[in-house]
Design a protein around this ligand. Sequence first.
Ligand code: DCP
Ligand code: MG
Length: 417
Amino acid sequence: VEGNEGASEPRFSEWACQRSTPLKHQNDFLATQLEILQKYAEMKDENHDYSRALAFRRASCVVKSFPITVTNVNQLNGINHVGPHSKRVIGELLDGYCDEINRIVNEEWFEKMKMFTGVFGVGPSTAKKWIERGWTSIKDAQESTDISKDWRVQWGLAFHDDLMNPVKSNEAYRFTEIIQTEAEKILPGIVVQLTGGFRRGKHQGHDIDILFTHPNGEETGFLPKLLTRLEKLNMVLCGSHESSSFHEKVLSEDFKLTARGQLDHFEKWLGICKLPKDLVSGDDAQIPLSNGLEKCTEIKENVDSLDDYEPKAKKQRKCHGDNSPFTIATSERDWIARRVDFIMSPYSQYYYALVGWTGSKQFNRDLRLYSQKVLNRKLTSHGFYDFTTGKTLPANSETEVFENLNLQYQHPKNRNC
Ligand code: DCP
Ligand code: MG
């Protein structure tokens, strides 16, 4: 099923999840400009109220799925989500000049915010603190002796050059193949699925998101075993393991739709892997075996029982013994550092997890808001719940997730809003 491609759509739906939003569309310039306003609003926001940012994002989403090139702002008359502010901006852009955007892109503060929030583990509040310290470059942060204790920031800074270099799709596919091979050895029958932007057809991205499940429910203990195996193959730089915090209670929690996306409760590992450079360049890949010089240590922090959903259970693994991230980053090496997310879903939740982890974030936000407002149900990456009966509707395919939502199926490549 290919969604409603090449569509003769009867009307332009107010819901992005009822429209198809391909990667390549008619209004790239307008969408990019509106997303500058979104990003700026997100960074300026002191109160974590992302409504302004989201308004620009929805307007951008509209032009991305608009069937024709917008040449006159009146073409958008009567369309929800293109509010007066976005409309004024679009009008000015079509006339050739938008003062508001021009000022933003020339603002040094915005440049620095984008630069600092580009570091793994650094959000707007840390970036603001760095600017307040007078730092103007990544180098300033790298050279500081007073830097965050957060492992993500430390490794993110040390490997910033690698991580700023986008992951290409062939690299993501090759890496997934390697993971598939290793995973199958540990747990036959394991399902290994590349998700995130690459599943939506993007040619590059900031990380590699891989979702796992097992049809027989034998997934317990798999992720730590996979990580041990990858460490033996010398493919792990650092990372953090989180146990599942899923509990029936999370179903009844109020959920918030924020600009930052939604958290889920799956078991996962978030970290940085070492990808052989020849894999990156697209040549035949060789997985380097550990040369035995690099020691692996495991730091255990409060590992909570699977039944506790309150504090996130974390178990951090770090390789390379006492070597500092910077020592490793500046050493001669035949690999590149890549951000990787591994997510483990129980089979009963898998197709909801697949939709959630395929994204885009904005597509998810829209789907979730649609379920709440139109269907009075709660959609998460774990399931689809009826507020009145408290029951979830099972799904045995991604198509069934859309059927349950009473929506026409959208192919992942049309979820790029
Ligand atoms: N996701 C989410 N909420 C989160 C994290 C992720 O809904 N807190 C979903 C939506 C994303 C997908 O998971 O599309 C993958 O997350 P990424 O941040 O990796 O987003 P992309 O893969 O879409 O972007 P990129 O290509 O930059 O990696
Ligand atoms: Mg991604």
